[in-house]
Design a protein around this ligand. Structure first.
Ligand code: TYM
Length: 338
């Protein structure tokens, strides 16, 4: 469905709602930083996605700075990668409308995130929440991005982006126009679970305050959350097979592996046979060592909105040049006249 031969380009974004947590860091932001020196990278703040549910204006402003600060504090260099708010590059919204006319209702009806987020009362959900994945496809394809680093929960949205790209290329007989973007999901940290329930994703909206480690948590808070995390009474196994059916234990081992750079087998070779009385303090030390410096830098950057504004303005300008060019090409292909 595509003969795209353009350059490899990386793009991803995070919604500007809620504080950044360990799942966002391991599933996404850390990968952003790791790819920036090798590829042309675009990392945006998905503020238009966040308004699909109600956002207090003051809070939205703070959140935009929070995510920008989280990217930079985690090692994304604004002189290397392009960081910008989605809402400042108009082409995202323009291409999203065009894609609303390419995507099929049946495709969107299958999106599980809408069902989860809209809950039982879907009549009262915003229309934006329903077409949310179409905007996501536009975010990616407006840069002809080829690779998208995300956590596992975004897999279905990425499949929809590929379907939209393929249908556009096919309908307009331009089979080399859009790439079919590849999700980059694999690797440790693609799905970090709640510390209170190993079957639920770690999420900023978890009602239990101990379920989620935020990048801004201080050392004591991190240690307390890990100490209180749900586990079982068995010692850790010496091999990965032994984690089957032990979701909470598997999650803690997965976090240790992702942060230490060791494989889960290596972690289990070290801690197999030990109880959580030994493993939890070791994990807490590791999380504190890796996360609190990011939290400190995040706080420092958030206190400097003038700097962050200058980064976002420069990023938006750079991104707009590419995105405007792609929308111009799309409109010409479709028969718009100017
Ligand atoms: P969002 O804001 O929900 O999440 C941001 C990123 O963090 C990852 N993530 C996790 N990874 C591992 N474990 C977890 N518990 C966890 N929780 C969140 C997500 O997979 C994601 O990579 N729709 C997107 C934002 C978006 C986007 C895009 C992404 C809008 N347009 C275009 C890529 C490309 C979202 O809501 O992510």
């Amino acid at each position: 469905m595509t003969n795209y031969k353009g350059p490899m380009r990386v793009l991803s974004g995070i919604q500007t709602s809620g504080n950044m947590h360990l799942g966002n860091y391991l599933g996404a932001i850390r990968k952003f930083a790791a790819m920036q020196n090798e590829y042309d990278c675009f990392y945006f703040l998905a503020d238009m996605h966040s308004i699909t549910v109600w956002q207090e204006p003051e809070q939205l402003r703070r959140q935009i700075f929070h995510i920008a600060a989280a990217y930079i504090a985690s090692g994304v260099d604004p002189n290397t990668a392009t960081i910008f708010p989605q809402s400042s590059v108009h082409a995202h919204a323009e291409l999203a409308w065009i894609f609303n006319c390419v995507a099929r209702l049946g495709w969107l009806d299958r999106m599980t995130q809408f069902k989860d987020k809209a809950g039982k009362d879907k009549e009262r959900a915003s229309v934006g929440l329903y077409t949310y994945p179409v905007l996501q496809a536009a975010d990616i394809l407006v840069y002809k991005a080829t690779h998208v680093p995300v956590g596992e929960d975004q897999k279905q949205h990425l499949e929809l982006s590929r379907d939209i790209a393929g249908k556009f290329n096919h309908d307009f007989k331009v089979d080399d126009f859009f790439p079919l973007p590849e999700p980059l999901i694999k690797g440790p940290g693609a799905r970090i679970m709640s510390l209170r329930d190993g079957t639920a994703k770690m999420s900023k909206s978890d009602p239990s305050e101990n379920a989620c480690i935020f990048l801004k948590d201080d050392a004591d808070t991190i240690a307390r959350k890990i100490k209180k995390s749900k586990t079982d009474p068995e010692p850790l196994p010496s091999e990965r097979k032994g984690l089957e059916g032990r979701a909470e234990a598997a999650n803690l081992v997965g976090i240790y592996a992702a942060l230490s750079g060791k494989s889960e087998d290596e972690v289990l070779a070290e801690y197999g046979g030990q109880g959580f009385g030994v493993f939890k303090p070791a994990l807490a030390d590791l999380v504190v060592e890796k996360i609190t410096p990011i939290g400190g830098e995040l706080n420092r950057l958030e206190a400097d909105p003038a700097y962050l504004t200058s980064v976002l303005e420069a990023g938006a300008e750079k991104a707009s040049v590419i995105a405007d060019g792609v929308v111009r090409e799309v409109k010409e292909i479709m028969g718009f006249v100017v």
